[in-house]
Design a binder for this molecule. Structure first.
Ligand code: IPE
Ligand code: IPE
Ligand code: MG
Length: 248
């Protein structure tokens, strides 16, 4: 039985085929601001509103997890004032929206190297994780100081230690076992990856997890990405033929 949701836009969604986990490369904040003759930081600030809007809409649609790429391990190479500004954004975001996210049963989670962030940023993020830990709705996962290659290396180190200590043998190292050592171990497999701003690359995001995800690249800058764009992305996903190497 098909259950369809009639949205205000043209994208009628099959509610039985909502992607469980959507990963977003939130790109284009700087160009969005530049177009308005504003500093790049204005775009980053605006982008936080999009995270709130998309998380609430995804939650409503029954998406189980949404991972947002907020700061890559490579983003440290940006000017210091921009990096410092981005590190203050979790406070801006959670001051404005944590209560609302809590009321909507959203659970905050994190992947990356939180210990490389300033102490105050660490505390804000940790508090949001703690406060929402019993929520059962959408898991909103921040990839912040995150790099896909780094994540794979970190997982490999943990496994190497277990091997060295004799807790496992080589044959225990399967794909499933490896996956359990990734930072995303508690999240469902990524079904859909959306990158905004027109760039068509992964920029070191979820390298392992995206092996069989569907990719959507949209020219829309992240601050302009809205509920209709989300519906469109999910609608496109629902019209893809996922074969996982098999035949159909
Ligand atoms: C994405 O927007 C946000 C971060 C990388 C933190 P950008 O800052 O990369 O914006 P553009 O790509 O320069 O427009
Ligand atoms: C990817 O965007 C990282 C985030 C969105 C956080 P970038 O803007 O850093 O990627 P490149 O430099 O264009 O590849
Ligand atoms: Mg960019």
């Amino acid at each position: 039985m098909f259950k369809r949701k009639k949205n205000k836009d043209n994208y009628q969604l099959d509610m039985n085929n909502i992607p469980a986990h959507i990963a977003f490369i939130m790109d284009g904040n700087g160009r969005w601001a530049k177009k308005r003759k504003m500093p790049r930081t204005y775009g980053h600030n605006e982008g936080t509103k999009t995270i709130r809007n998309i998380a609430l809409e995804a939650n409503k649609l029954g998406v189980k997890a949404m991972t947002v790429y907020a700061f890559s391990t490579e983003n440290f190479s940006r000017p210091d004032d921009e990096v410092q500004f981005i590190f203050r954004l979790p406070k801006t975001f959670f001051d404005l929206y944590l209560k609302e996210l809590m009321d909507n049963n959203v659970r905050i989670c994190y992947i990356g190297h939180l210990n490389r962030a300033p102490q105050a940023t660490q505390e804000i993020i940790q508090a949001a994780i703690d406060q929402t830990k019993n929520n059962t709705g959408l898991q909103l996962c921040f990839a912040f100081i995150y790099g896909g290659r780094d994540e794979i290396v970190e997982a490999t180190k943990k496994i190497a230690t277990s091997l060295k200590e004799g807790k496992i043998t080589e044959n225990d190292i399967t794909e499933d076992y490896f996956e359990q050592h990734l930072m995303t171990a508690s999240l469902p497999p990524v079904d859909l990856m959306v990158r905004t701003s027109g760039e068509q690359r992964l920029s070191n995001f979820l390298l392992w997890q995206l092996a069989y995800a569907e990719f959507i690249f949209t020219p829309v800058y992240w601050p302009d990405f809205n509920a209709e764009e989300l519906h469109k992305a999910i609608w496109m996903y629902q019209n893809r033929d996922r074969r996982f190497g098999g035949l159909k």
